[in-house]
Design a protein. Structure first.
Length: 255
């Protein structure tokens, strides 16, 4: 009997070592995946400082995320984030839909460059939408290195962005820094088989784009930039763009 318990103890110890070892190696794998799949979805560079994963606790931390700017814009990146905290269901890691319980993006720095109706954020959003609608590998979520086996899709129950700062470089207005209200999304892919990376990116970028454009417009109005000085056509275009983005977002939230 003592021998059986001794053997069982060794087996459990080995299992723990394996799980911890997988967690250690999983971080770099996720980092590589983000830097390879991300640019296919956004059509801009994606850089990640590090990814730490704790499989036993279902937690992960992403540090030093940088989303590049589209061609034609001068800033080095459109979005940079110091830390992203992720909590997921460990039992879903091997299933067809990975359940992410929460994502908290802390104090991102967003560069808003261009005009009200056309800027770097709307360009990235257009890039993501084109990938989502085209049915490309990034959109269909095919596993890397295979032609038919689909990779797991994703469900995100709670997505929160807090403390965002927007650096404005607006045509005809100049430079200004503003704070963005918290962005809170829930039940992304919950009522379906999940979202592909492209669909999830589209939902998040749609929320960031629409909230940023709305905040920028309200800020300019508060600075005394009347509808007349901004131009009625420009204001109407902004309203149409925000409605279009939020409409697409609503469709993804219902998936």
């Amino acid at each position: 009997m003592k021998t059986s318990f001794w053997v069982l103890g060794i087996v459990l110890a080995l299992l723990i070592i394996i799980v911890v070892g997988v967690g250690v190696y999983l971080g770099p794998i996720i980092k590589i995946g983000m830097e390879q799949i991300g640019p296919k979805v956004t059509q801009v560079t994606i850089k990640v400082g590090s990814v730490d994963v704790g499989l036993l606790t279902g937690s992960a931390s992403i540090k030093g995320l940088q989303v590049g700017n589209p061609q034609g814009y001068s800033a080095a990146q459109a979005i940079s984030v110091g830390t992203i905290a992720v909590k997921l269901d460990p039992l879903s890691i091997t299933s067809s839909k990975i359940v992410v319980q929460s994502i908290h993006v802390e104090s991102p720095e967003i560069t808003f460059e261009g005009g009200l109706s056309r800027n770097n954020l709307t360009k990235i959003q257009d890039n993501v939408n084109s990938v989502t609608q085209s049915g490309s590998p990034a959109s269909t979520n095919t596993a890397a290195g295979t032609s038919s086996k689909p990779a797991p899709k994703i469900e995100v129950d709670d997505f929160l962005i807090t403390g965002a700062k927007v650096h404005l470089d607006l045509t005809g207005i100049g430079n200004k820094d503003i704070s963005l209200p918290d962005i809170h999304l829930t039940n992304l892919g919950k009522d379906s088989d999940g979202l592909t990376p492209a669909e999830l990116t589209s939902a998040v970028m749609g929320a960031v784009s629409s909230d940023t454009i709305s905040t920028v417009t309200n800020t300019l109005m508060g600075l005394g930039k009347s509808v007349k000085s901004l131009g009625q056509t420009a204001v109407n275009t902004v309203g149409t763009s925000v409605s279009k983005i939020t409409g697409s977002l609503g469709g993804l939230l219902g998936k």
